[in-house]
Design a protein around this ligand. Structure first.
Ligand SMILES: NC(=O)c1ccc[n+]([C@@H]2O[C@H](COP(=O)([O-])OP(=O)(O)OC[C@H]3O[C@@H](n4cnc5c(N)ncnc54)[C@H](O)[C@@H]3O)[C@@H](O)[C@H]2O)c1
Length: 442
């Protein structure tokens, strides 16, 4: 795409309301919505959100310019967000937030009425893709194309009813069983025929992705299944000039991994093994207890170390490490996951050392601010005319989507630099190289 070779784009103003559509209004979806409602009332702080709390350095260090990101780039205001979505359970967002058990009654009570007013629309769902769930709030149609058309009607009605000027969709639904790329995904024409023929290789998350792009809605995928990461939907995104990104929110153990592993490599410390195991008891844990859904997750969790450590370039340090990831469903723990890591490293002359991490985290608390940032940045990208895969949003994902010829960047700090450089580029600011020699020449 040529936009990086030309002048910074004109960014259309953020006028009117922005609709946020969430397929899968479970723990993450409702924690995100509840958080935004609470922040709007000044009852909470948007902790964890770069768009709301981050600053960005501009120009030379001596200029001391460090504006808040939300003042630097023209993002939609939180007051302009309107929420909607789909779920297989017919529970309003207040009821679902209580069931999810992430937020306390003290935090939910002041926003109870607004949350209760958001009721999920019937979902496109098929149990063969998520084995451990049984829901009744589900659409039916003779073909998958018929289901896509119903979603398109839902989206258009949502836009009209709320008088929205723009939309964004973020998949927060359960992880689907592993579905590798297949020939039916290769181009839009083939994909549309397959939708009409009910091809089993087209999963519900792909149908949502298709409906989003057909209605000019940018799309982010928070789960590890393919969804829009198929050539057919990349083609549709390019044709309609819409931004897409994914996949799998980077929270918890993988966030830690992509913070720590770049440090080992920066200091040339070797790695002989990394064993990661989790216990969690929320519905996500129950879904991931199914081997098919776990396989989708395992793929995204395992790939990070290889790309960060580059074993081919550093065979003595990283040529032979053992990497294992486990997720154990343990109901008493609810959403409060515990992630253990045992890391075997080695240093000078090969002497071994160990690091143990015990992260008592809260999954949805870590994921909710990512959903907010993705909504605001995707909407910004759309208004700036950026379309196709948004690699600058890799910062938010365990397994960032890239062009097939590129490997994904997993190092959190490279991802952060990429994101901030993109914002500087968009606003016509000088890109920062961190060279710094110029200060000493003066
Ligand atoms: N919480 C995290 O830190 C985190 C990190 C990375 C990825 N994720 C992914 O985000 C997703 C959501 O996580 P969660 O903890 O909210 O799970 P959850 O089980 O609480 O919520 C998922 C919701 O999706 C619904 N759903 C399933 N299939 C659907 C469909 N086809 N259409 C509409 N709704 C559907 C389920 O009924 C459920 O309410 C999961 O795929 C999870 O793997 C979460």
């Amino acid at each position: 795409m040529s936009y990086f070779k030309t002048k910074p784009p004109q960014i259309a103003k953020s006028e009117g309301k922005l609709g946020v559509l969430i397929p899968g209004m479970g723990a993450v979806g409702t924690t995100f919505i509840a958080g935004v409602l609470s922040i709007r009332k000044n009852l909470s702080l948007p902790i964890g959100s770069l768009t709301q709390m981050g600053h960005i350095r501009l120009g030379k260090r001596t200029e001391e310019r460090n504006p808040a990101i939300r003042e630097f780039v023209p993002l939609a205001s939180l007051d302009d967000l309107v929420f909607g979505g789909w779920d297989i359970y017919d529970r309003n967002c207040y009821e679902e937030a209580v069931t999810a058990g992430v937020l306390s009654a003290r935090d939910l009570e002041p926003i109870r009425d607004e949350l209760s007013a958001i009721r999920p629309m019937p979902a496109v769902f098929d149990q063969s893709y998520v084995k451990n769930l049984h829901g009744t709030n589900v659409k039916s149609a003779a073909t998958k194309m018929g289901l896509a058309e119903q979603l398109i009607d839902d989206i258009e009605a949502f836009k009209k009813t709320h008088g929205l000027s723009r939309l964004v969709m973020v998949w927060c639904g359960s992880t689907e069983v592993y579905q590798p790329l297949a020939d039916v995904h290769r181009d839009l024409g083939t994909f549309e025929v397959a939708l009409r023929e009910n091809d089993p290789r087209i999963t519900p998350s792909m149908i949502y992705g298709y409906a989003a792009l057909k209605t000019d809605t940018p799309y982010a995928n928070g789960a590890p299944n393919l969804s829009v990461e198929i050539p057919a939907l990349a083609q549709l995104a390019a044709e309609r000039q819409l931004p897409i990104c994914g996949k799998d929110f980077k929270t918890g153990q993988t966030l830690m991994k992509t913070i720590i592993a770049p440090g080992f490599k920066a200091r040339m410390l070797g790695l002989s093994g990394w064993f990661s195991t989790n216990i969690l008891g929320n519905r996500d844990g129950e879904v991931l207890d199914d081997p098919g859904s776990f396989k989708s997750k395992e793929e995204t969790k395992l790939s990070v170390l290889d790309t960060i450590l580059q074993p081919k370039s550093y065979p003595q340090l990283y040529g032979d490490f053992y990497h294992k990831v486990r997720i154990n469903y343990y109901p008493p723990r609810g959403d409060n996951k515990e992630g253990w890591d045992n890391i075997d490293i080695f240093g000078w002359m090969g002497y071994p050392m160990q690091i143990k991490i015990d992260f008592l985290c809260r999954d949805s608390i870590l994921a909710a601010p990512l959903v907010l940032d993705l909504v605001l940045f995707l909407d910004l990208a759309r208004r700036a005319g950026m379309y196709g895969i948004q690699e600058w949003l890799s910062f938010y994902f365990k397994s960032p989507i890239t062009l097939p010829k590129l490997y994904p960047e997993h190092d959190l700090f490279i991802q952060q630099a990429k994101l901030k450089q993109t914002l500087r580029y968009l606003m016509g600011e000088e890109l920062i190289t961190h060279l710094g020699l110029d200060y000493y020449d003066e």
